[in-house]
Design a binder for this molecule. Structure first.
Ligand SMILES: Nc1nc2c(ncn2[C@@H]2O[C@H](COP(=O)(O)OP(=O)(O)OP(=O)(O)O)[C@@H](O)[C@H]2O)c(=O)[nH]1
Length: 373
């Protein structure tokens, strides 16, 4: 095992969105660090083969010292082999980008990185970057639920081909992206070129987070007019606030709901809510994230899940004194927003429901998850 886990970025986006164009730029960008890119096939990836050097059957070296590696067998084997070569000094790289094919669901990759006994201590998921075509993106979202899921799971959205888009179409697409994933910042890729550093350090959930980083990561849904103005530290007028993102286009299968609570949450209530949600609706959850104040805990925690897989909670040091506001966001597929709101309302319970209350909660008293708190 090596000292610091190697950050891993998942790069996703629909077929033809512009992933390879972005990768080619990254691999030739000296400010991007030494990147090992993992792709399904060199041929499919269409990476610029000028001047590349074949280092092994499944690995090529790019001019800046970057590594490009094609998946042979499953992804775990490829990542283990990269790690072994790095440890032996045969390859040198600072981070890994995994390009998923246009239709892939990033959930299983995330799961592999978190639970594999050798990979988990050596690699850490940095974030999911989703490339969206500024011209064809809306039509793709109309037709393909997978594209909606890719947007919903993104930590950062990269808009490609903006040079080809008209202003009205772009505005409509951006509004839709806001609805699908209110918290994900967007950047523009101009023929694959993005601002230096804009794709790295997106989650950084393995190390303690600074409060402003955590708040930016958990950006409030756009419908909250105070988002960004209050610094989110000012007391809120109500103790419970279902910040409701605007209505969804009827074709969207993704729903988002969030809640803001002023008072700390009892630990058993938080666990009950999470257990219940995962046990009953785990298959529908795409993203779950929040900053949570648990009763009697010294610090608030950031928690973060992709589908039913959770990162270990990260304590937030240096949190402003007296601010006990918790914020939780759920993004789900094929679940009405009303169900999400109902689930979140469990967080407002003062105590665990007894047998008589449980009937009204459709028997939601299952305990299947390892307790995060
Ligand atoms: N005009 C314009 N074209 C772009 C831009 N970015 C990418 N393209 C073009 O879009 C096409 C598809 O880009 P790729 O990078 O191959 O897309 P991809 O997502 O890797 O495609 P798949 O591997 O098939 O999923 C190519 O012809 C690119 O040159 C851009 O910012 N502007």
């Amino acid at each position: 095992m090596i000292s610091a886990p190697i950050p891993v970025t998942l790069l996703t986006g629909f077929l033809g969105a512009g992933k390879t164009t972005l990768l080619n730029r990254l691999l030739h960008d000296p400010t991007a660090g030494r990147v090992a890119v993992v792709v399904n096939e060199f041929g499919d990836a269409g990476l610029d083969h000028d001047l590349i050097e074949q280092a092994a059957e499944d690995v090529v070296l790019m001019p800046g010292g970057c590594v490009c590696c094609s998946i042979r067998g499953d992804l775990s084997k490829t990542l283990l082999s990269l790690l072994a070569r790095r440890v032996r000094g045969e390859l040198s790289f600072d981070r890994v980008v995994i390009e998923t094919t246009g239709l892939a669901d990033p959930g299983p990759i995330h799961h592999t990185l978190l639970v594999d006994p050798v990979l988990a201590p050596n690699y850490a998921l940095d974030g999911t970057v989703t490339v969206v075509d500024a011209v064809l993106g809306a039509a793709t979202l109309d037709r393909h639920a997978e594209a909606q899921a890719q947007v919903a799971m993104a930590d950062r959205i990269v808009l490609s081909k903006r040079d080809l888009a008209d202003a009205a179409g772009l505005a409509a697409l951006e509004a839709r992206l806001d609805r699908l994933n209110p918290g994900a910042p967007r950047i523009v890729a101009d023929q694959g070129a993005v601002p230096a550093g804009s794709l790295w350090g997106l989650g950084a959930l393995r190390k303690p987070m600074a409060p402003d980083h955590a708040l930016a990561w958990l950006a409030q849904p756009a419908a909250d007019p105070l988002a960004g103005l209050s610094g989110m530290t000012a007391p809120r007028p109500k103790s419970v606030d279902f910040a409701a993102p605007s209505h969804h286009a009827t074709d969207d299968r993704i729903a988002t709901a969030s809640i803001t609570l002023n008072a700390p949450i009892p630990a058993e209530i938080f666990d009950f809510w999470l257990d219940t949600l995962i046990a009953l609706r785990g298959a529908h959850i795409l993203r779950l994230k929040g900053i949570v104040h648990i009763e009697d805990a010294a610090h608030p925690f950031v928690f973060h899940g992709v589908q039913h897989i959770f990162e270990p909670p990260v304590p937030l040091q240096n949190w402003p004194e007296g601010d006990t506001t918790s914020r939780v966001v759920i993004i789900a597929r094929d679940m009405p927003k009303s169900d999400l709101d109902e689930s979140l309302s469990l967080l407002t319970l003062p105590k665990l429901p007894g047998a008589e209350d449980a009937a009204g909660l459709s028997g939601m008293t299952v305990h299947t998850l390892e307790q995060p708190f």
